[in-house]
Design a protein around this ligand. Structure first.
Ligand code: IMP
Length: 425
């Protein structure tokens, strides 16, 4: 049975949710393996729009087991709120498993992030303020970390929380004299309450996934964020704090990468980015605003307007190679339909030199001048097209140019939010 992975190749928001949703009914198990409630997935299902953040997209399908694996950082309150919101809309939550190894986000993580981001001024990373980076930092630092499994060991949890919060209070008060110290006993009681409600879901998901693989179950790995936001391989420091490229699947789930049969790299037909950091093809003009309006480019989680620009084949090609994709899904092609001409960045000029290598340093990326290939626009509404061969020849030429420059085949093209508006080669 197939094991499929869907990963974003740009700076997130590539409309992965739609591809995952299309594939869920062909898979028994859907796995989230990184990030937390910083992610936002919009899924249209049964004529309704659902905005998911922490829960895997398979949650909307009956009979699918949804796994929130070890690499995810969990805000239990956000998790429960999302479950409640779905239940209130009539979604029946089936088998939903949460890793007992996953790390937990606490109020001090949000407080720390607010102080740190504010102190960076114009250099702020532009995070989602969900305590993601600060929770991952404590995970790597180990001494201040608390995992889901710890919540069920009251003596250990209470002692650890008391120690951690005492230290966090000291540090945060030193950086911000107006900081109101946090109360460990109140947080202990609050989180013990969440833990009780989540108890039926918490287990060793790695063991579950290994058994599921052995018994031949099909599995779908649902990426969050995008390859260029990867902590190791992305545009550091303007990245998220986990391995959001394909590299994160093994680390975040415990399932080895060689178990994956097909890795689909999802790209938008143009570029968007939220938060800080260089973005060479960003358009600070009417075309950029046009793309934002046509594509409704506003953050699912924070509502922030996204920075928009032309498709960047240097950045996306790098994302594709790092993630190790087999093919590409090009999303939101219809957003470009009204433009007279469309451009693809095929190389950068940095300090007078032409390169197709993606720079490792943000300062070099900030200097990169895009070198564009300009193609004629198709100036036709393509939202009703259902076969790739029926696309206007200019739109097909645009897709072919993406495939040529990224050097992976385009196997899926999407021209609208509905399931039917998806074409396969
Ligand atoms: P954090 O993940 O909240 O720490 O934010 C770090 C960077 O990743 C910021 O630039 C965010 O805007 C970006 N980011 C985090 N999650 C997403 C996402 O789901 N889509 C796009 N950008 C994201």
């Amino acid at each position: 049975m197939p094991v499929t992975a869907v990963v974003g190749l740009q700076w997130g928001d590539e409309a992965k949710g739609k591809i995952v949703d299309l594939l869920t009914d062909q898979h028994d198990v859907v796995v989230r393996y990184l990030g937390g409630n910083n992610a936002g997935h919009t899924v249209m299902f049964g004529g309704e729009t659902y905005k998911l953040s922490l829960l895997p997209s398979g949650i909307l399908r009956k009979g699918v087991t949804n796994v929130v694996a070890t690499g995810v950082v969990i805000n239990p309150q956000a998790f429960l709120d999302e479950m409640t919101a779905l239940t209130e809309r009539g979604v029946e939550i089936g088998e939903l498993l949460i890793s007992d190894r996953a790390h937990v986000i606490f109020p001090h993580h949000m407080a720390e992030e607010a102080v740190l981001e504010e102190s960076r001024g114009d250099d702020a990373i532009g995070t989602t303020m969900r305590g993601i980076g600060t929770c991952y930092r404590d995970k790597i630092g180990r001494t201040h970390a608390i995992r889901m499994g710890d919540l069920y060991r009251p003596d250990f949890f209470h002692q650890r929380l008391t120690d951690v919060i005492a230290q966090k209070n000291t540090i945060l008060s030193a950086v911000n004299p107006k900081f109101e110290p946090l109360e460990p006993d109140a947080i202990f009681a609050e989180y013990t309450g969440y833990a009780e409600r989540l108890r039926p879901h918490v287990c060793d998901t790695t063991a579950y996934l290994h058994k599921a693989l052995k018994s031949g179950k099909s599995m779908l790995f649902e990426g969050a964020q995008g390859s260029l936001l990867d902590i190791d391989h992305g545009t550091f420091p303007y990245v998220t704090s986990s391995n959001s490229s394909g590299c994160g699947i093994h680390v975040g789930s415990g399932v080895p990468e060689r178990a994956i049969d097909r890795m689909i790299g999802v790209v938008k037909a143009y570029t968007t980015r939220v938060g800080g950091g260089p973005c060479p093809t960003e358009l600070d003009d009417e075309t950029g605003l046009h793309i934002r309006d046509e594509g409704n480019e506003y953050g699912t989680v924070t509502g922030r307007p996204r920075r928009c620009g032309w498709f960047d084949a240097v950045a996306t090609g790098y994302g594709a190679r790092v993630s190790g994709v087999d093919c590409l899904a090009v999303m939101l092609l219809d957003v470009l339909s009204k433009l007279d001409e469309v451009k693809i960045c095929e190389a950068y000029e940095i300090d007078g030199e032409r390169t197709t290598d993606f720079p490792s340093h943000a300062a070099d990326l900030a200097k990169a001048k895009p070198i564009y290939r300009t193609l004629p626009g198709w100036k036709t509404d393509i939202t009703g097209v259902r076969e790739l061969s029926d696309l206007p020849k200019e739109a097909r030429a645009y897709i072919d140019a993406i495939a040529e420059l990224i050097d992976f085949p385009v196997e899926i093209v999407s021209v609208g939010p509905d399931r039917e508006q998806t074409m396969f080669t």
